[in-house]
Write a protein that binds this ligand. Structure first.
Ligand SMILES: NC(=O)c1ccc[n+]([C@@H]2O[C@H](COP(=O)([O-])OP(=O)(O)OC[C@H]3O[C@@H](n4cnc5c(N)ncnc54)[C@H](OP(=O)(O)O)[C@@H]3O)[C@@H](O)[C@H]2O)c1
Length: 248
């Protein structure tokens, strides 16, 4: 299983915590060369130096995915350091859930900018390199909220539905280019994602639920490792995973 991960250059956005961090550690343990991206540079620097001390190859690149130039710089840094990019994991995301009648327009904008525009920036930055290489793999992180809607999830779901649509379009358009495309849709996972919900009632309800049923972020790491580790002529188009106890 690990053979097709070893030595691959894997760029991960949102690698400073949660599922992105878990994926970075797991893929590094399987021999990949990791490029960690996020805004909290203290965190990604610490993870990269910890991995390096363990004899693995990892660098950290300060990146705000809402800024196209930052994401271009991220991919360029990966190419400068390792000579290529084999996998881009567009994982950075925010989820300030609230009901529409709260009119938290700034939070709506933030979700669109990070969850959707950030993924587009990643695709725009990496696709020219992957076309040139005639190989590559783009993994986008959606959510079960890309498949269903619940009160307070309308905008978050809208961004994740959009990522799902975009990912399928990307898959179709890159099929002939030897570029694999995977959508990963997690259910409840214990991470920092709920910390930024400004509506305290919504936050408390979600926190209680995730504390009760949520699975560890390493679950996501295993899913992306599976998609990457399959032979290059096998594309894992879509993975949905949930805690067994999660109904919706
Ligand atoms: N946890 C769940 O239950 C769950 C379920 C379904 C889907 N997801 C999705 O999984 C992904 C990872 O989330 P998580 O659960 O692991 O939460 P998390 O621990 O809060 O991680 C979110 C990551 O996104 C990064 N990020 C946020 N805004 C950014 C920006 N403007 N530029 C660059 N990076 C940014 C954060 O880094 P910095 O703040 O350092 O920039 C952090 O590393 C997200 O796309 C989320 O929507 C999570």
């Amino acid at each position: 299983m690990t053979d097709n991960i070893k030595d691959k250059v894997i760029v991960i956005t949102g690698a400073s915590s949660g599922m992105g961090e878990a994926a970075a550690r797991h893929l590094a343990a399987n021999g990949a060369k990791i490029v960690l991206a996020a805004r909290r540079t203290d965190r990604i620097d610490a993870i990269a130096s910890e991995l390096t001390k363990q004899g693995k190859e990892a660098i950290a690149v300060a990146t705000d995915v809402t800024k196209r130039d930052d994401v271009q710089h991220l991919i360029q840094s990966a190419v400068n350091r390792f000579g290529r990019v084999d996998v881009l994991i567009n994982n950075a995301g925010v989820m300030p859930l609230s009901r529409l009648d709260q009119c938290n327009v700034d939070e709506w904008d933030q979700m669109i900018d990070v969850n959707l525009r950030g993924v587009l920036h990643g695709i725009a930055a990496v696709l020219p390199y992957m076309k040139e290489q005639k190989s590559g793999h783009i993994i986008n992180t959606a959510s079960v909220a890309a498949h269903l809607i619940f009160p307070s999830s309308a905008v978050y779901s809208a961004t994740k539905f959009a990522v799902r649509a975009l990912t399928e379009g990307l898959r179709q358009e890159t099929a002939a280019l030897n570029i694999r495309v995977t959508l990963v849709s997690p259910g409840a996972v214990k991470t920092e994602l709920l910390e930024h919900i400004s509506d305290k009632n919504v936050q408390a309800a979600n926190r209680e639920y995730v504390e009760n049923v949520g699975v560890a972020p390493e679950t996501y790491a295993r899913m992306v490792a599976f998609a990457i580790s399959e032979p290059d002529d096998v594309g894992i188009s879509e993975i949905i995973f949930r805690p067994t106890a999660q109904e919706l």
